[in-house]
Design a binder for this molecule. Sequence first.
Ligand SMILES: [Zn+2]
Ligand SMILES: [Zn+2]
Length: 69
Amino acid sequence: MTVVCRGVCIRHKAQWKRGKPRYTEDSCRCTICNIWLDVKTGTKNYRCNCCNGPIKRTPKIKVLARIRN
Ligand SMILES: [Zn+2]
Ligand SMILES: [Zn+2]
């Protein structure tokens, strides 16, 4: 399995409105492509559709901690 950027990720680049936090349900970071991806179109099974590498998403622990506080 190759983990190389094929240039497809640019088509699935995440777009935010101003002031919106980056790590959200809809966006994730691919460190291999060095790009922010739209989760729905740019990733599959927590992997980048472009390079097939693992993607970073918001740690659920942090979200839970925020709700408790
Ligand atoms: Zn890529
Ligand atoms: Zn990628």
